[in-house]
Design a protein around this ligand. Structure first.
Ligand code: MG
Length: 399
């Protein structure tokens, strides 16, 4: 099942250009975080797990490039992600922009799976089923019978019942023959139609029959603030394997005029000696994360004997450890870093260091702690011979 794209004839188009205002919150809903990752990241991870090797084009709002970059970096595997396309005024215009971009990139595409970024619980079975059925029927959508009784508002402020038998609620992913959906969008655009809310109704308008297959009640679309609460609980329940990792590092002072601590350059009367930039804080954090996933240590992944790490900025070590956690489907719950030194004073740089670590790891600032202590003039740190750092990482892995 996982080699459905061996012929390279399929692409996935994720529609993420909306503003998502109904959910509230500081960012469009597809970029709000759930269980430590943007909603869009969860959606992309679902797709790459269900259909590995199938390229993914995301259609985004032109203002959201930086949000998209952060979402891409948080993906378990971003190798199949194409550079995003800019969306339009309506969902229909955004999908059409994505289809045109895919056509430019690859004229051999036979099938396209179109999916809403706000649906992040589609199962592997649903996604794979969608593509298999499209190969047979040309245009397929998941749909579910409506369980609730239905009513419609009437003009007098009351309501009246609607017969629900035969009514279906339509979901995504929807999958289509690429040529058919591309031509349907072309015709709709040239006819001045801009009001189609999904691609099934658009392709049907163009005269193509649409086949439905059973959707999933779990494949709900994040819409309200309440949906976000439900989604967060579902995601965290899956990340029930909670691990703690510990890291420790020391670097000795040498001549110099600055030190790197937690990715921040701090002017000082001496430097720190080391093969890389000797950022004792980032090294301790890297080892803490590697410890939490029982994946060796920093020296194993980045041997000091390898000349390519000479003078390296240590954020690359920490980024790699974060990538390894995410590749396991994991979430970093918290990082707690402590410097042990008499000098330089950490306090004035604490906020900058926290912000730097949050930026490198993609974590919310509230999940990054930076502390400092002296060793009361005892030992090598007390004698101002160097700086030590300890770190604790708490992560959550899927069970
Ligand atoms: Mg080190």
């Amino acid at each position: 099942m996982t080699d459905q794209n061996v012929n390279g004839d399929t692409a996935i188009l994720i529609v993420a250009a909306g503003r998502g205002l109904r959910a509230g919150g500081p960012a469009p809903k597809q970029y709000q975080r759930l269980a430590g990752k943007p909603v869009l990241t969860h959606c992309i991870d679902r797709m790459t797990e269900a259909l590995p090797g199938v390229p993914i084009l995301t259609v985004i709002h032109p203002d959201d490039s930086r949000l998209f970059d952060a979402a891409r970096q948080a993906c378990a595997d971003s190798r199949m992600l194409l550079p995003p396309a800019a969306g339009g005024e309506t969902r229909q215009a955004s999908v059409y922009a994505g289809i045109k971009k895919l056509h430019e990139l690859n004229t051999f595409i036979k099938f396209v799976i179109i999916h809403d970024a706000a649906r992040l619980f589609s199962s592997n079975r649903l996604i794979q089923h969608c593509l298999m059925d499209a190969r047979q029927f040309g245009a397929v959508v998941p749909a579910l019978a409506v369980p609730d009784s239905l009513r419609r508002n009437t003009a007098d402020g009351f309501s009246e019942p609607v017969e629900r038998s035969g009514l279906l609620a339509v979901q995504t992913p929807q999958c289509f023959s690429f040529d058919l959906i591309r031509q349907a969008h072309e015709r709709a655009a040239s006819s001045g139609r801009t009001d189609f809310t999904d691609d099934a109704s658009l392709i049907e308008w163009s005269g193509i029959l649409v086949k439905t297959f059973p959707g999933e009640s779990g494949n709900f679309k994040l819409t309200t603030a309440e949906d976000f609460v439900t989604a967060e609980a579902l995601l965290l329940a899956r990340l029930a394997d909670i691990r703690t990792g510990y890291g420790y590092d020391v670097h000795a002072f040498c001549s110099g005029d600055h030190v790197w601590l937690g990715g921040v350059k701090i002017p000082h009367t001496r430097g720190l000696d080391g093969h890389s930039d000797a950022d004792v804080g980032l090294h301790a954090l890297t080892d803490a994360l590697l410890g939490a996933i029982a994946d060796g240590d920093i020296g194993m992944h980045f041997p000091p004997s390898d000349p390519q790490w000479r003078g390296a900025a240590s954020d690359i070590f920490l980024r790699e450890a974060v990538r390894r956690v995410r590749a396991l489907g994991g979430m970093i719950a918290h990082l707690d870093l402590t410097f042990v030194c008499e000098e330089p004073k950490i306090g004035p740089h604490r906020d900058a260091i926290r912000a730097s670590i949050a930026n490198i790891t993609g974590l919310d600032l509230r999940r990054v702690a930076v502390k400092a202590t002296t060793s009361e003039k005892l030992g090598f740190t007390g004698r101002r011979e160097g700086i030590a750092a300890t770190a604790v990482a708490t992560i959550r892995l899927p069970q």
